[in-house]
Design a protein around this ligand. Structure first.
Ligand SMILES: C[S@@+](CC[C@H](N)C(=O)[O-])C[C@H]1O[C@@H](n2cnc3c(N)ncnc32)[C@H](O)[C@@H]1O
Length: 277
């Protein structure tokens, strides 16, 4: 984990939201001098103030305290001309299309979109796609891919740990990313995704899960420190009140990095269903 100063985080988030120090102060019922002191790192917000401040800045207390996961190896992997993950869409994209076919431009959010192959595919099929990744290189390549395919996708760089969706989405999609989230933050993250899903919208997610019979899941043993596989079934539990369309667990071979290894993955496509008539 990398530790950024809280004052810098507050100032950056406030400016991203287009708020003045005074506007932020007013929304918290405090003086603008207090905000100024936080941003100069000459004082810290009270513990009781942190959740309110996080809500006002559309972020999390963790992010305010400067904790964010560091994922550097993807920038390196995405440096080359070739597309590290290839250009074929993930099979979940086809599952999504069966459940919510693009009869209208449903709003899709692709989290951890990598080099953008799935976001671009879904945009080509007629969805209105927003997609982000923590990797600058990934986003640059994703933009080039969209341009090449002559589709518009709203791509930007962001970290899921301190990103709060700006609107509701019909489809929230996240593939191969959620194992970067340590266990304590996962339930809250799923709640955040659920809250930003429109009624009858879906979440299509997959997670690497740990199994005692798979001893080595990553091609680089160093990766173990950054990656936190989920417990088998954990993802399904966080969505227990939704309608499950797909709920599967599978073991598969992988050759990424040129070293053969196995993964176990849980996949869920759940729908936020209020009433069944
Ligand atoms: C295994 S790749 C999958 C990429 C893409 N979803 C795909 O299937 O082609 C995982 C991606 O998650 C991104 N990532 C990791 N942590 C992230 C975070 N905290 N916020 C946003 N993206 C993140 C990485 O940069 C990487 O591109």
């Amino acid at each position: 984990m990398e530790h950024l100063k809280t004052g810098e985080v507050i100032s950056k988030r406030r400016k991203e939201l287009g708020l003045t120090q005074n506007q932020l102060a007013q929304s918290l019922n405090i003086s603008f001098q207090a905000v100024s002191k936080w941003e100069n790192n000459s004082a810290y917000p009270d513990i009781e103030m942190l959740p309110k401040l996080a809500a006002a800045l559309h972020t999390t207390v963790d992010a305010l305290l400067g904790y964010r996961s560091v994922v550097t190896d993807y920038d390196r992997r995405y440096e080359t001309e070739e597309y590290y993950w290839g250009l074929l869409p993930n099979r979940i994209c086809y599952d999504i299309m069966k459940i919510l076919p693009p009869i209208k431009p449903y709003r899709v959010l692709d989290i951890g979109c990598g080099e953008g192959k799935d976001a671009v595919f879904l945009a080509k099929c007629g969805y209105a796609v927003t997609a982000f990744d923590i990797s600058e290189q990934g986003i640059e390549k994703a933009k080039r891919l969209a341009e090449h395919n002559k589709v518009g996708v709203r791509f930007f760089k962001a970290d899921i740990s301190d990103y709060d969706p700006d609107m509701e989405y019909d489809i929230i999609f996240c593939s191969g990313m959620l194992h970067f989230i340590p266990r304590p933050g996962r339930k809250e993250l799923c709640e955040r995704l659920k809250a930003h899903t429109a009624e009858n919208g879906i979440n299509a997610l997959n997670v690497f899960v740990r199994k005692p019979f798979i001893t080595r899941s990553w091609d680089n043993p160093e990766d173990e420190k950054l990656r936190h596989p989920w417990y088998s079934g954990e993802l399904f539990g966080y969505y227990h009140e939704w309608l499950f369309h797909i709920c599967r667990e599978e073991v598969f071979d992988c050759n990424s990095g040129g070293v053969p290894h196995k993964h176990c993955m849980d996949t869920l496509i759940g729908q936020k269903t209020m009433h069944l008539s």
